[in-house]
Design a protein around this ligand. Structure first.
Ligand SMILES: Nc1ncnc2c1ncn2[C@@H]1O[C@H](COP(=O)(O)OP(=O)(O)OP(=O)(O)O)[C@@H](O)[C@H]1O
Ligand SMILES: [Mg+2]
Length: 411
């Protein structure tokens, strides 16, 4: 259960699979922003990585017009969704002529791929493919290094390769201070046993991919398939890119923001600047600090309940933060009770208590609230809360007691 929750926190925000077991991430500051394939290709293009020419469209007529402008056949009609396995779901189709473009575009637009409805389609020039490979960079937190993965077995899900034939993945750990040297890139490519004809082009693309990953402030860059053409060129046929929006001040990412498909609750929380992840349980969670919020989820599970969300209000104690957090949680129909878990630190207990009381004076919350307040100046904080306690606002002395009470109320 807890593993699943962590899995959800780790990889579920944009619906992308975790790139590799052991490279998990928890939401800390900002949110990850998942790019559509075509945006990923534009992103790659700015770093000199060869991609296919194409056009993004949203209607069948635009698809036809785009194919006419590309003026070469076949073209590929590709669903743009933040989820893998599009091909298998009928979301990637080759079109030999304008009629087939029309047919495929009308079938793919509106298609439901694992719960993601296709609103955008990318029309691109088809490539001749000699071989399909896999390449990616992501962060290996436990190694404190960037992890590059390269495999001659591309075009299939890398999780499957990792499971069935792990030796087919050549890995490289890159120290962020040193960067990826050409020599290291060469050894890495040699270890992957690609067609020797692809080696030169692969070294070049992977070097650029590393630069795109670092300078582009990405958390993940993945090319699957990276192809070798019969003519010997190496080329990115797909692009999966996740950027870290902590770095958005350094970039112009507005276009990516527009195409984010977030859970309604996550969208509202994101706009309010809260660290929030929607879950499926019935106890709304507010805690100060990501670590405490994670432990709170854990304890709620331990006593037989399940959390409706992860929410870290962070430091500070202004009423506005609690107003936003409580409103988003209370608007969630799953929520039957709310557990506020505060450990006073630099922000002292009485400041937080004042913030909560002020917030509750401004809004009407329908779910019952259980507060646990501990840490610096907890006594003063509890004294401030005391006169406001009722059936709808209860306090419990420990985290475990509070969790039990919140779960009981939720049931
Ligand atoms: N431009 C293209 N020209 C020729 N074949 C293509 C082109 N784009 C995709 N294909 C073929 O379709 C397959 C699937 O494409 P792609 O990797 O983009 O989607 P997917 O793997 O099904 O979805 P996802 O990568 O989201 O899991 C590729 O492995 C390749 O064989
Ligand atoms: Mg792919």
């Amino acid at each position: 259960m807890w593993k699943n929750r962590v899995g959800r926190l780790v990889s579920g925000i944009g619906g992308y699979p975790d790139p590799l077991p052991g490279t998990r991430r928890i939401p800390t500051e900002g949110m990850r922003v998942d790019l559509f394939e075509y945006q990923g290709k534009q992103f790659f293009g700015t770093f000199g990585i060869p991609v296919s020419p194409g056009e993004p469209v949203t209607t069948v007529e635009e698809a036809v017009a785009a194919a006419e402008r590309l003026a070469t056949y076949p073209v590929v009609v590709k669903a743009q969704v933040h989820v893998g396995g599009r091909g298998k779901a009928g979301g990637v189709k080759l079109a030999e002529n304008i009629d087939e473009v029309r047919e495929h575009a009308s079938n793919i637009l509106g298609l439901d791929i694992k719960g993601h409805i296709v609103n955008d389609v990318w029309i691109e020039v088809a490539s001749d493919i000699a071989e399909e490979y896999y390449a990616s960079f992501t962060l290996d937190r436990s190694a404190k290094k960037h992890l590059g993965m390269l495999s001659a077995e591309g075009g299939v899900e890398i999780e499957t390769v990792a499971e069935n034939n792990p030796d087919a993945i050549a890995k490289i750990w890159v120290d962020p201070v040193d960067g990826l040297t050409e020599e290291a890139a060469r050894d890495w490519v040699a270890a992957a046993n690609l067609n020797p004809e692809a080696n030169e082009g692969a070294v070049e693309i992977l070097t650029k991919l590393y630069t795109a990953y670092v300078d582009g402030d990405a958390d993940l860059v993945e090319i699957n398939p990276l192809i070798l053409k019969p003519t010997g060129e190496v080329h990115a046929l797909d692009a999966k890119v996740t950027v870290d929006d902590n770095a958005d001040y350094r970039h112009d990412w507005d276009a990516y923001e527009v195409t984010q498909v977030r859970d309604e609750r996550e969208q509202a929380a994101h706009e309010a600047g809260l660290q929030y992840v929607g879950l499926e349980g019935s106890v709304g969670i507010i805690a100060n600090g990501a670590g405490l919020a994670m432990s709170t989820l854990d304890v709620v599970n331990q006593v037989g309940g399940s959390a409706a969300n992860f929410l870290d209000v962070g430091g500070g104690a202004d009423a506005e933060k609690f107003v936003n957090a409580l409103t988003i949680i209370d608007n969630d129909p799953r929520v039957k009770s709310i557990f506020i878990n505060i450990f006073g630190g630099i922000t002292r207990g009485e400041e937080v208590a004042n913030g909560i009381v002020a917030a509750l004076g401004q809004i009407d919350i329908s779910a019952p609230i259980v507060i646990r307040l501990d840490g610096t100046n907890a006594d003063q904080g509890r004294a401030i809360l005391e006169p406001h306690l009722s059936d709808k606002l209860q306090m419990a002395p420990t985290m475990l007691d509070a969790a039990r009470k919140a779960v009981e109320l939720a049931n």
